[in-house]
Design a protein around this ligand. Structure first.
Ligand code: ZN
Length: 588
């Protein structure tokens, strides 16, 4: 026996079987019952929402031998003829097909004849926006002055393309995208009738893919059932559809909420290992975060279409994230998507997620807002610190009053960078409190700079390479200002990064016996005396440095840097420097 698609097998045969269009079915049922039918209807709405099915049911309601009735019998010769498409009095015209337009001329000649056996002739014109002007003209006269035995149903997905003269002569019904919970119920019902078990997450995925269309939903279900047989799991659906399983999206959101940079990196790794498409993941995650955002800003507006079970999960997730955090993550991911279209998919995704997970590493307004979200959630806002201080200070999880348990794990998971700044700052603080050892001045530093460079080289050769592009410019109190040549801002950033500053300060300590705070300037600008830098300012300074790296990446994204390879090198450096990542292999 030939396989009959679910959509055809379960095509609604009565008004009550139409899913999600009660406003239409009810009105039409009443019109039939009360004999108040119009002679021309316009059914508009997305594909697969029941327009043609409703038109056929209306034809049956009018012509059923037991009727006219709102509940056609589906057993008499009239009903069966309409169901099978063999009725000579119910004529379906597909305006999208070429023959459709020719039919129109033919129809104009034949519409005057009384129906052969039914009460009324019903013309169902599908995709009527595809009719040519000639086609419409052929219809117009008939629609303007229709014979009493004719009823028209025009169906279209694009009502704005329908002639105004037709619009004004028809009664219009707007079919709506079918709500997810109704579609989910429909899917469960059909699976039950087909003897197929389906788990709730699988239902959710099928419904999501169907996007409000009964036909598309059932078509997805067809595909999935052909693949999985009588037991449908979420993993199988995700596999067939190539979409991201819901639990991965949930994990990503939770990792962002926990500011777990290691967690998001691991997740990207798992996605790559599972053979999932990083671009698809980014798309799905943006959609997921959007849902969480909608649940935050308008929890009761019903803007998030999903199954009730899923809604409970989403609400729980949304409560763990602030709305600024969500906005910023969506923003970063949207940027990453643009970058991913150009080739490398994994790195932009990792960067975006890492930045989203670590707003404390970015100095922009969105990051600050995201950090405030975090503070509010952790309850630290109840004991306010001076505004503009605590919020800005990066990395100092150990000393900041905001180290909730999840923050602790976050920072610990990233030990290579998390501990160093605090240590550096501690050194800065003690060095600042004490008089400078040996009374060093700039001259002394310059005199022994070669030695300092050797110690930098011994400690971390990378920073030696970076530092070669700079030289000591000023020593004010405990702040050593290094000047870098024009065009070497990345080198400056590297040297001012927590790790770079620590290495350089330690080298100075080796040679000159004091541990300065490191400050950098590029191109001789800002060469004047440096202001005394307080530890918190230093922290803020670090945040600014990070922000500059981010801006450089942004600039690349907007095409200001010509070279992809250079841009990628920048991004890799940002990752390795700020997140302690190691380059293992090229993902692409
Ligand atoms: Zn009947």
């Amino acid at each position: 026996m030939a396989y009959v698609s679910l959509y055809r097998k379960y095509r609604p045969q009565t008004f009550s079987e139409i899913v999600g269009q009660e406003h239409v079915s009810r009105t039409l049922s009443q019109a039939v019952t009360e004999d108040r039918l119009h002679h021309a209807y316009l059914f508009t709405g997305p594909r697969g929402t029941g327009k043609t099915s409703t038109a056929r049911i209306l034809a049956k309601a009018i012509n059923c031998e037991q009727g006219p009735t709102a509940t056609p019998c589906n057993a008499c010769s009239q009903c069966l003829g309409i169901t099978t498409g063999s009725s000579v009095d119910v004529i379906e015209i597909d305006a999208a097909s070429h023959g459709g337009v020719d039919d129109v001329r033919d129809l104009r000649d034949r519409v005057a004849f009384a129906p052969a056996s039914a009460r009324m002739k019903v013309y169902i014109v599908d995709e009527c926006h595809m009719l040519s002007t000639a086609g419409w003209n052929a219809f117009l006269k008939t629609v303007e002055e229709p014979p009493g035995h004719v009823l028209f149903v025009f169906a279209t997905t694009e009502p704005h393309k329908v002639l105004a003269t037709i619009l004004s002569r028809t009664q219009r019904f707007d079919f709506k995208r079918v709500p997810a919970d109704l579609l989910a119920g429909h899917v469960r019902d059909l699976c039950g009738r087909e003897g197929v078990t389906i788990d709730p997450d699988a239902v959710e995925l099928v419904v999501r893919a169907g996007d409000g269309s009964v036909r598309d939903t059932l078509s997805v279900l067809d595909q999935v059932m052909a693949f999985t047989g009588s037991s449908v799991t979420a993993a199988a659906v995700a596999d067939v559809l190539g979409v991201t399983p819901a639990e991965l999206l949930g994990e990503a959101a939770d990792a962002l909420a926990a500011h777990d940079a290691a967690g998001v990196m691991t997740l990207v790794q798992r996605i790559a290992e599972a053979g999932l498409d990083a671009r698809q993941f980014a798309r799905d995650l943006v959609e997921h975060l959007r849902s969480l955002f909608l649940l935050q800003v308008a929890p009761d507006a019903g803007l998030v279409e999903t199954t009730p079970e899923r809604l409970v999960e989403l609400r729980a997730q949304s409560e763990r994230l602030g709305r600024h955090e969500l906005l910023r993550a969506m923003d970063l991911l949207a940027d990453a998507q643009a970058l991913m279209r150009r080739g490398n998919t994994r790195l932009p995704l990792e960067l975006a997620l890492a930045k989203a997970a670590m707003p404390e590493h970015s100095g922009d307004a969105a990051a600050l807002a995201a950090r405030l979200d975090r503070l509010e959630r952790s309850g630290a806002a109840a004991a306010p610190a001076p505004p503009g201080r605590v919020q800005v200070g990066p990395d100092n999880a150990q000393s900041a009053p905001i180290s909730g348990p999840e923050l602790g794990t976050t920072e610990e998971a990233d030990t290579s960078t998390a501990e160093e700044p605090s240590r550096v700052q501690a050194e800065h603080d003690s060095a600042q409190d004490a008089p400078i050892q040996g009374g060093a001045d700039l001259g002394a530093v310059l005199a022994r700079w070669d030695e300092v460079m050797d110690h930098v080289k011994a400690r971390k050769i990378r920073f030696h390479a970076m530092l070669q592009m700079g030289r000591p410019l000023a020593l004010n109190g405990n702040v050593l200002t290094l000047e870098f040549r024009d065009g070497y801002s990345l080198h400056a950033d590297q040297c001012a990064s927590p790790q770079g500053a620590e290495v350089i300060a330690a080298a100075v300590q080796d040679v000159l016996g004091f541990s300065p705070a490191i400050r950098t300037v590029v191109g001789g600008a800002d060469a004047g005396p440096a202001p005394a830098v307080h530890a918190a300012d230093e922290a803020e300074h670090e945040a600014q440095q990070m922000a500059e790296v981010m801006e450089t990446e942004d600039a690349e994204r907007h095409g200001e840097l010509p070279d992809d390879a250079e841009a990628e090198a920048l991004a890799v450096q940002a990752l390795t420097t700020h997140l302690g990542a190691t380059v293992v292999e090229d993902a692409d």
